[in-house]
Design a protein around this ligand. Structure first.
Ligand SMILES: [Zn+2]
Length: 281
């Protein structure tokens, strides 16, 4: 017998983290998903501090094993997100492990197979109202392929998605995605040197258009968004990166250059010059 509950989707937002190295991101509505059954974790939620995590398996030993690995990494993921974002976000966290690519595509919002082929996880919500700091029916949905991730890669994916989860209620629907992706990677990924071949001075900010353009440039676009977030944190302090996120992405957000002026106290030319400097190293 099927579980009695289903997700009622009124409005949904997806924030994906792609598998490396081919990175892909799409924001699109999620469709109805109906879990075949819940894992034992759903009956007895995992507790991390004062947060309660529902682990929902859509079936099969692979999904169950993935959930138990997620459970063991959840403490560090919550810790990293709280260290950056603070503690004022949802106490209830839902994580869904899908059992087939088709299930995952449905949960992620449908679309062509190729679009989701390299996506490890998405964060979706039924309803978001940033003006009232409300995000309902959020869940982090993992693709079956996430089972093959190394422990460190899985921890990065989980932490990245958990940042989107935490920030969702404060993120406007029309916020620039490159800021969200860059900051999510800042929270999730360990710092690594910028590769030598990328150490040239970039004259422009990252953009959503670059994130959406298929091909090798897309991976670089995600990395540029990450590097930009690291540059802001290194140069202006981590709390100012958080403030910059809210200024560019919260209710009443302004464009990234105006936000830099308001939050970081730097004009566009100064911002780009400093970023170029940081990139060159
Ligand atoms: Zn993301």
């Amino acid at each position: 017998m099927l579980l009695a509950w289903v997700f009622v989707v009124e409005l949904a937002v997806a924030a994906a983290v792609p598998f490396d190295p081919a990175r892909e991101h799409q924001a699109r509505p999620a469709e109805l998903i109906e879990p075949a059954r819940a894992s034992s974790g759903a009956a007895k939620p995992l507790v991390v501090g004062d947060r309660s995590i529902r682990l929902i398996s859509l079936g099969g030993p692979v999904a169950d094993r993935l959930l138990s690995r997620i459970a063991s990494n959840m403490g560090s993921a919550v810790e990293r997100v709280e260290a950056f974002w603070g503690v004022d976000w949802s106490r209830e966290i839902s994580v869904v492990a899908t059992a087939s690519d088709e299930q995952f595509r449905t949960a992620a919002g449908g679309g062509p197979e190729s679009q989701w082929a390299d996506i490890a996880a998405v964060t979706v919500a039924d309803q978001v109202d940033p003006a009232h700091r409300v995000a309902l029916g959020q869940r982090i949905v993992f693709a079956p392929g996430a089972a093959s991730l190394s422990e460190s890669a899985l921890r990065i994916v989980l932490t990245h998605e958990l940042f989107h989860y935490a920030a969702r209620a404060d993120t406007a629907m029309d916020a620039p995605r490159w800021v969200a992706e860059g900051v999510a990677d800042f929270v999730a990924r360990p710092s690594a040197p910028v590769p030598a071949e990328a150490r040239s001075a970039y004259p422009s900010l990252p953009s959503d258009i670059e994130l959406d353009t298929p091909g090798p440039q897309r991976s670089l676009a995600y990395d540029r968004a990450w590097w930009f977030a690291r540059f802001v944190a290194d140069t202006y302090g981590t709390p100012n990166l958080r403030a910059y996120y809210l200024a560019t992405s919260g209710v009443g957000h302004v464009d990234p250059l105006a936000a830099a002026h308001d939050v970081l106290g730097v004009d566009p030319a100064g911002l780009l010059a400093r970023w170029s400097q940081w990139m060159v190293g």
